[in-house]
Design a protein. Structure first.
Length: 115
């Protein structure tokens, strides 16, 4: 199956010769300015084999900008991490450092949970 066919939604087969396939519209959201965003930072251990990660949630913008922000945070903390489902995952407990870095970049930041 080609990638083109995977974008088609709600149709398995049609015998109508005039049928037009409805394709998924994947529209990226424009990145808001840092001072217009509220990010939540928390410590997470779920489904990670007991290892701690610092989780940044609430980013509004394009995947490219999200990945750039993640790269900046990983570099400043000196650890690995990833971007998954719109969240930034930083390996280890770096909540205070991540909050400080995001604040310095102009983001509004809140600590989520009791970590």
């Amino acid at each position: 199956m080609s990638k083109k066919n995977k974008k088609r939604i709600n149709v398995v087969y049609s015998t109508n010769p005039d049928f037009e396939f409805e394709e998924e519209q994947h529209e990226e959201q424009e990145t808001k300015a840092p001072n217009h965003q509220l990010l939540y930072v928390s410590l997470d251990r779920k489904n990670r084999g007991g290892k701690e990660v610092s989780l940044v949630e609430g980013f509004i913008g394009t995947d490219i900008d999200l990945k750039d922000l993640a790269k900046t945070l990983k570099g400043k903390c000196g650890v690995g991490g990833s971007v998954k489902n719109g969240d930034i995952i930083i390996q280890g407990n770096f909540i205070k450092k991540v909050i400080a870095l995001l604040s310095d970049l102009g983001y509004r930041v809140k600590q989520k949970g009791g970590a």
